[in-house]
Design a binder for this molecule. Sequence first.
Ligand SMILES: Nc1nc2c(c(=O)[nH]1)N[C@H]1C(S)=C(S)[C@@H](COP(=O)(O)O)O[C@H]1N2
Ligand SMILES: [Mo]
Length: 265
Amino acid sequence: MNPEQPEAEDEEQVEAQVEAQIEEQDREQGEAKGKPIGRRVLLGTLGLGALGVVTAPTLQRGLESFLASASDKDPTGLTGLLPNGGGFRYYSVASSVPRKNATTYRLTVDGLVEHPRTYTLAELRALPQNRLVRDVQCVTGWRVPGTPFEGVRLSRLLDAAGVRQGAGAVRFTCFDGTYTESLTLDQARRADVLVALRMQDKDLSHAHGGPARLYVAPMYFYKSAKWLSGITVTEDVQPGYWEERGYDVDAWVGRSNGRDDEPTS
Ligand SMILES: Nc1nc2c(c(=O)[nH]1)N[C@H]1C(S)=C(S)[C@@H](COP(=O)(O)O)O[C@H]1N2
Ligand SMILES: [Mo]
């Protein structure tokens, strides 16, 4: 396939295209079925034009040099080198992310709580779901208008766990084994902060952090940790992956990171 030549017509097709390319790469690498999938650094742009770029970063040869030169310019993920079609970009700081499904996925809530527990996907789905439609804003500049997210309010999970006296923050960990995020307890209890199971009215795809990701509507999208596997109530905020690398911990859209974007929530 020619990466310069957009072939897909809509987002679902693009996503299928991305998945197909990943599978092709895995076959090329001779990885056994069921092994973690690599090279998910940036899988492409979704929707709203510029669909052609979807293939460029997934090309097997040249990927390493592509990443090396990109990281000089854009610490969150290569955006500077790619045309911005106004759609989503797929990000992962981990080179390999295992796939989790309804059978294998677990979300643990622990730390300074009375009742630590682990949820299955079915258990999360059985809880009341909230739907939010807001713009998504990445700190590197791209914005996607009116994107529906649906899932369980984080505040509900915190209440169910019984946050203990002295707790002040929440730390999030991911089954990519690398990414972390954090919120103050007050931020975490906002009604526009979800453990999202659906995005754009579909179950969250693997590429977008499924089966479950954090969705922090009022903050830059780096707060919305993908492949969420752990929620730990802590005393103080521990800066997350990108925050250790210079981004603001309080990542309000339009009021942080030296940016003046229109607020999203
Ligand atoms: N686990 C994990 N979560 C993550 C990231 C990541 O690399 N790993 N990148 C963040 C950044 S910088 C952005 S902009 C969004 C991208 O989400 P998307 O890939 O669904 O577009 O995910 C955020 N959450
Ligand atoms: Mo981002």
